[in-house]
Design a protein. Structure first.
Length: 123
């Protein structure tokens, strides 16, 4: 039997390793879906097996991008006289991004107002 020398300190207890919290696939899909409204291509490149929820919101983000670019080009070709219209257009696009992100935060797959049903590109 081994006896401890009273002059040596007891062995130090090792604290358990700190691990970051594990996010579920649903949380990851939710985060990626929010990103899709700002940069639609990020979920396409970063996620291999996308859920239908993520595909829906990525599709909505792509539709919003297409409409925003086409609308901005049309307004740009109309000339400087319609500068006010371009500000209204940009504000409308920002409102649609916010609506899309709010839908994601509520776990809803609702199409965006007006443009939500125009494009079904990503399946």
């Amino acid at each position: 039997m081994e006896t401890q020398n009273p002059q040596t300190p007891p062995p130090a207890s090792v604290p358990p390793p700190v691990t970051p919290p594990v996010t579920s696939g649903q949380d990851n899909d939710k985060n990626m879906a929010m990103i899709a409204y700002i940069l639609f291509f990020v979920p396409l490149l970063a996620v291999k097996n996308r859920s239908t929820f993520l595909n829906f919101h990525t599709n909505q983000g792509l539709a919003l991008f297409i409409v925003a670019v086409v609308g901005s080009l049309i307004i740009g070709f109309l000339g400087w006289r319609l500068y006010f219209l371009s500000n209204v257009w940009n504000l409308l696009m920002i409102v649609l991004v916010i609506i899309g992100i709010m839908n994601v935060s509520k776990n809803e797959s609702k199409p965006l107002p007006i443009i939500g049903n125009w494009f079904k590109i990503i399946k």
